[in-house]
Write a protein that binds this ligand. Structure first.
Ligand code: ZN
Length: 135
């Protein structure tokens, strides 16, 4: 565990969010689409961490449901880990509830898994490992 990889923020409009963060003097990276999660996202580097702006692609996406229930705001916290497979194994052995059993591959080839808020003090926690070298 080395640092907070990013904070995921649910937004209704990526364009509006981009404008706001650019006004703050931050650089917003080009948008990416993650079909598996039905979102469009843009990363905003802040030091060694990032903000992840998430806009739903369809009404049945997790982010769309979150926006409907809670409105715009902080959606998840992502911690950077060096050994995701080993960490997931330990968590499962300890009975931790994960959103999905399998490690997934996200934008840019990084690996990730979500821990259910019921196992993480009410926080939707994402664990992220860098893309394997050479990919
Ligand atoms: Zn994330």
């Amino acid at each position: 565990m080395s640092h907070i990889d990013h904070l995921g923020i649910a937004v209704k409009s990526l364009a509006a969010a981009r404008k706001f963060y650019e006004q703050l003097g931050l650089q917003v990276m080009p948008e990416e689409t993650v079909e598996a999660e039905k979102v469009r996202l843009a990363m905003v580097p802040v030091g060694e961490s990032r903000l992840e702006l998430l806009e739903p692609l369809s009404p049945d996406s997790t982010i769309a449901k979150f926006l409907e229930k809670r409105g715009e705001g902080l959606h998840h916290v992502a911690l950077h880990v060096n050994d995701l497979a080993g960490t997931v194994e330990r968590l499962k052995a300890a009975g931790t509830r994960l959103i999905s059993d399998d490690i997934k591959i996200g934008a840019g080839g990084h690996l990730y898994v979500f821990i259910h808020p019921s196992s993480a003090g009410g926080v939707l926690l994402e664990l992220v490992e860098d893309a394997p070298q050479g990919v």
